[in-house]
Design a protein around this ligand. Sequence first.
Ligand code: UN1
Length: 499
Amino acid sequence: MPQQFQNLIHGLWCDSSSGQTFENRNPANWKELLGTFPLSTKEDVDRAAAAALTAYRSWRLVPAPERGDILRRTGEIMVRRKDELAEIMTREMGKPLTETRGDVQEGIDTAFYCATEGRRLFGINTPSELRNKLNLSFRVPIGVCGLITPWNFPMAIPTWNLFPGLVAGNTFVFKPAEDTPQTANVLVEILMEAGLPAGCVNIVHGAGSTVGVAITEHPDILAVSFTGSTETGRIVAQNCGKQTKHVCLEMGGKNAQIVMNDADLELALEGVLWGAFGTTGQRCTATSRLILHEAIHDEMVERLTKAAAKLRLGNGLHSTTDVGPVINEKQRKNIEKYVKIGKDEGAKRVLGGEVAGGRAGSTDLRDGWFYQPTIFTGVTPTMRIAKEEIFGPVLSVLKCRSLEEAIEINNSVIYGLSSSIYTRDVNAAMRAVRDIEAGITYINSATIGAEAHMPFGGVKATGNGHREGGWAVFDFYTEWKSVYIDYSGKLQRAQIDNS
Ligand code: UN1
């Protein structure tokens, strides 16, 4: 019998009111059933929201430094359990252990960052325009928040939201991705072991179309954070807009790495291999386009194709694996669709372009959702494979003649999350920093690798103006309270001529 996992409501593990479940399988070997999880309903979300509201009434009164202490203990437990957590994550979403360990580390960094933020959460004081009067403004919690997270960073992304949200005094209804439900359960177990009171984080597993929608429509859930596709994010925003909820959206990307003719090509090569094929290309920050200066185009393509052909596909639990499977059948079909589109558009496939077969050690690649690292050259900015997010190990190579053209190509897509330029020319680098339309720009480094204490997010269709991470995430998870203290002992009227 597979292990049966449950929802968490007010500190108690429970089944869904539907009595139904869904399966969690290993994408590297779909014969391996990791467990079943509740296929939850709107009623389950209602119960979770009620629990979160009850918990909120006392949690908001706990001093922020004390809330931060719970996060510090959470981080300490995560440090102790890092390898075990990484293994659970690799089994359920496929990326190699080195990467899942990094994902846990991002959660640990977020825990310690947010723990100390409990002793800051600075407010702003200003002079009053009147005598004998004091003006203060400080951050207060919002209340119950909804959190809908993806499977590609099953630890980092939930922690980017839960930890700052909790230290600021909010409580949560949390719907993790159906592909990574177990990581979410373990994370919240750790929070409770660290002392988080019951009801502060409630987990409701299930489908976006029921649980996700119910979160966006629940009147007691005042803020919703969503990370996923732009298509779904727009639905989340529309639903939240009807009740004027706060909503933080982290959505698609079509990130480019630019390589200029004066770049260190070896460094640029390492960067694009990591950026395009790390996490099997399934990062919001993945390098999906490579924009090469014409002078180094052919040499770079040759070196890249040779190096990418050597990447070893396999089960992420094996130390010899460079690239794991893609997450599921739907995602692999989507990749196949885009590879066909690329061929039909006239791009030249110089590597991959097929479902992966054969064996890798003891792994039969045909039992998992493996796809070969794929490179297209001769891509032009108007092709769909140059514009649309694929979310897989597929790289589109474009050619440019100048820095201006490279930046223009970079900016020609609707998205703007991450970006990168390789050059030794400091003036070119500074112009790229100024002119690239993206929330994140790397100089001489890959498009992936954002640090937990820096603002994370994108411009244009990638986001809606909010940021996760760093000090910026607190702008989403708090409201400002302005306080006026009049100690003059008489009625002083602001803005009124008092002559
Ligand atoms: C994501 O791609 O969804 O910068 C998050 C990075 C990671 C986070 C990625 N630190 O690639």
